[in-house]
Design a binder for this molecule. Structure first.
Ligand SMILES: [Ca+2]
Ligand SMILES: [Ca+2]
Length: 161
């Protein structure tokens, strides 16, 4: 095998299933829509702990900007529901900085215009963190232990560390 074809073979093996539409997902991350996501239903965590886990994975808690992204996440959640010890998943959404004004901690952008709040949510009070509950958005107290979803940063080191 020539050197060039060997390199091509190695590159193909490395990229393999992860390379789709120019996005390279980190090891363990799943390509959905146009991003890469890691669904953790094992390390049930408070919102703050979930943020740390995602950072350790070279990612951030998910931010959900569009109907397409939300639909892709829900579809994955439903398909693999048996693999998660809890079907409530933290996102990076919160109104900790300013009560009633939700933003994505991962991007520092306001939540919306797209939202998928369940009927009557966010209910407010002591609940300041946005999680998926019954496949819809709901605010919850941030110290509850939930599953969580990490989203790979666009600018992350694609081959990991
Ligand atoms: Ca996103
Ligand atoms: Ca609520």
């Amino acid at each position: 095998m020539g050197q060039t074809s060997l390199l091509v073979a190695i590159a193909s093996a490395l990229l393999g299933q992860c390379l789709v539409a120019g996005v390279i997902c980190r090891h363990g991350f799943t390509k959905l829509n146009n991003g890469c996501y890691y669904f953790d239903g094992v390390h049930l965590s408070t919102w703050t702990e979930a943020q740390s886990y995602c950072q350790n994975f070279g990612a951030k808690l998910v931010s959900v900007e569009s109907q397409d992204e939300n639909a892709a996440i829900l579809s994955h959640m439903k398909q693999y529901r048996g693999a998660f010890s809890k079907l409530d998943f933290w996102t990076s959404g919160n109104d900790i900085v300013r009560n009633g004004r939700y933003e994505w901690a991962s991007t520092l952008q306001p939540v919306g215009p797209f939202t998928a709040w369940a009927k009557g949510q966010p209910s407010g009070g002591p609940q300041h963190c946005l999680h998926y509950h019954n496949f819809e958005w709901d605010d919850q107290t941030c110290d509850v232990k939930n599953s969580f979803i990490c989203e790979q940063n666009d600018d992350s080191d694609v081959f990991g560390r």
